[in-house]
Ligand binder design. Sequence first.
Ligand code: GLV
Ligand code: MN
Ligand code: MN
Length: 408
Amino acid sequence: MTGVARMLAEIAHIGADPRGGYARPGYGDADRELREWFVGHARARGLDVHRDRNGIVWAWWHPPGSGGPAVVTGSHLDSVPGGGAYDGPLGVASALAAVDVMRARGDTPARPIAVGVFPEEEGSRFGLACLGSRLVSGAVSPERALALTDREGDTFADALRRDGLDPRHVGRDDEMLDAIGCFVELHVEQGRGLIDLGQPVAIGASILGHGRWRVTVDGQGNHAGTTLMGDRRDPMVAAARAVLEIRDIARGIPDARATVGRIEPVPGGTNVIASRVSFWIDARHPDDVVTAALIASVRDAVARVAAAEGCTATLQEESLSPTVDFDRGLRDRMRAALPDAPELGTGAGHDAGVLAERIPTAMLFVRNPTGISHSPEELVEDSDADKGAVALADALVAVAGDRTDASV
Ligand code: GLV
Ligand code: MN
Ligand code: MN
């Protein structure tokens, strides 16, 4: 087993989802155990570890003679429900391995190197993806974040307190961001791009614009046995029709993607006609204007199918992240260091996309031989993981500049 694979094997038992894959929601028990694992590895390497007021864990390496804002790498340790082993943890383990590679080679990066672990990247607990990076960068207000609730009804403020953080101190942290010059996140590829190109590693080009909307359909809760079919106002039927409409609308728009992956009937009983059904739409398109048009069509369709069932519906935006092109200068430096790596865009969201609002960011993708992600079938071969870690080390030195290189 190689370095990155060995580290990932150490956490393979943490947060296993009994239905398959992993369930590692942010700020929860599995997340805490994973964080302790990371801190242990960082301290064993003599890195200077600190958890900031937004719950981001930072591990600093100050190579002798280095100075200026840090070059940051890292990723996240939380997962979607039923997630794979690599989405997030690969970037964290590879960051530690890249530090090992740079030290073993005697590299002399001219700037400090930091590894960041960002909480609740998936938004699977509080609904808002990239919560840690949104807070530190000011992309979400503390007021809005603290009021978010999880499925148990606990607020984000409650979860922070339980996790040893003070809710009064979360929010935009310019001092932290000033200490960071740029962010380079390594991630498992979540599609088939590298399989098709026959390459182990790619340089990220862009992140597809994406957002989340909550639909609430209200009807009349009633008895499954005594309510005649013609007398019903069943929000589940309206929601089912709405899901099909959403699929058809997205199919009619080139490059659009729309998914309903979460649906919650209230109260949710086999012999109960629901009184309310909530479901969430994840929609993505490269052009944010097209996404807005898609959502406008969905809003009309949802209102229509709800009315046809005697129900009412509301649609509310929960988040919207525009398409991001990664920093051209960083990409060029990385390409000079990794001449064989193709440039690939991604349909997945990342902290590197949120942080791009405030600092230059870039990404590396490592081949996923199944092409599947957000699923237990997500995979990275051990040998590709090691190639990824070496590519990350090369990229970090290229971005930081070499202290002994007179041209820097
Ligand atoms: C995160 O992986 C997302 O794209 O939603
Ligand atoms: Mn991820
Ligand atoms: Mn993910």
